[in-house]
Design a protein around this ligand. Structure first.
Ligand code: TA6
Length: 309
């Protein structure tokens, strides 16, 4: 992909005009050429980047962050941002035929168009769109229209609608690659995958492995669970639970890089692994939706807090 492939499609004035009339919504540039929308409602705050329509931060008022954003995340056009909720599309992980193509597809490193920004009562609603063009067709020879709807209130809801606007049928794999912020990775219990099977991406995706108990993370984990269930993270350090509900997904990816990979990733602190776990609502592994001409699929995640019952 060339540099201008990552050009912004709307000016700061365009973005400000779309958000006008809503004091809860504003546009800033944490880095030159990398605009984000700041959301401040009575019940929560969020930051959403135009690149990738990526939620970078969300927290209910008076609560620590619910999403993790690496302090070493790079906010420059064309570079994936380590944290928040990257939208991985039209493939999850490495491209199945060409490992030279960008990991997790191109949706997360393209600027999406802000279609609207409104308030519905105390909830902010942001709608972004990404439509196929010659840049995407060079990587993925099909036509599509993606719409990301982000609803910010006492819960965070991210909905990805993917429509085949072309003449040919194709399959996709994708994920809402959510980084959840934790007090201490070694003091959590992850509920919701017990009794399901997973593909262990560290073990070469061989045979599915049965998950006997709730998951505690004591080392590198990179698994695609064949599950439609919600996940609940009991965070004993922060004395709260975080729930991750989903729709349109038959696979949940759980990832933590642990010590060695944390050190190897330039946009993650050496001890970054201690502060997050990824719980990704996905269509991955054998769960690959087929999009027929004019057909569509919707992947959605809803994230919120619960008392540590
Ligand atoms: O979702 C898990 C995973 O596929 C891991 O294998 C790891 O590569 C992670 O995503 C992060 O990928 P990224 O391309 O954002 O560094």
């Amino acid at each position: 992909m060339r540099a201008h492939d990552f050009d912004m499609t709307q000016s700061l004035d365009d973005l400000t005009a779309i958000l006008s009339g809503n004091p809860e919504l504003s546009v800033t540039e944490p880095e030159p050429g990398f605009p984000v929308i700041e959301v401040h409602t009575p019940v929560s705050s969020a930051t959403v980047a135009l690149q990738g329509a990526q939620v970078l931060a969300w927290a209910p008022t008076d609560h620590p962050p619910v999403l993790y954003l690496s302090p070493k995340a790079r906010m420059q056009p064309g570079t994936p941002v380590r944290g928040g909720i990257p939208i991985c599309w039209p493939w999850f992980g490495e491209h199945s035929e060409d490992p030279e193509l960008p990991s997790h597809g191109f949706a997360r490193t393209r600027f999406w168009e802000l279609v609207s920004g409104t308030m519905e009562g105390r909830m902010a609603v942001l709608v972004f769109r990404l439509v196929s063009d010659e840049v995407t067709r060079a990587l993925f020879p099909h036509d599509f229209e993606l719409t990301a709807t982000i609803k910010v209130a006492d819960k965070l809801r991210v909905k990805l609608q993917m429509k085949n606007t072309g003449e040919d049928l194709y399959k996709v794999s994708c994920a809402l690659h959510t980084y959840l912020s934790l007090g201490d990775i070694e003091r959590i219990q992850l509920e919701g995958v017990k009794g399901s099977h997973y593909l262990d991406r560290l073990g070469g995706d061989a045979e599915p492995v049965y998950q006997e108990k709730n998951l505690q993370i004591k080392g590198e984990v990179d698994r695609i669970y064949q599950s439609m269930s919600s996940v609940l993270i009991r965070d004993l350090d922060r004395y709260r639970s975080v729930f991750v509900d989903k729709a349109g997904s038959r696979s949940t990816v759980i990832w933590n890089p642990w010590k060695e990979k944390s050190k190897a990733l330039p946009d993650l602190p050496d001890k970054g692994y201690k502060e997050f776990v990824c719980v990704e609502c996905a269509n991955a592994g054998s769960d690959k939706p087929t999009l027929r001409p004019n057909g569509s699929h919707t992947l959605e995640t809803v994230i919120g807090l619960r008392p540590l019952s």
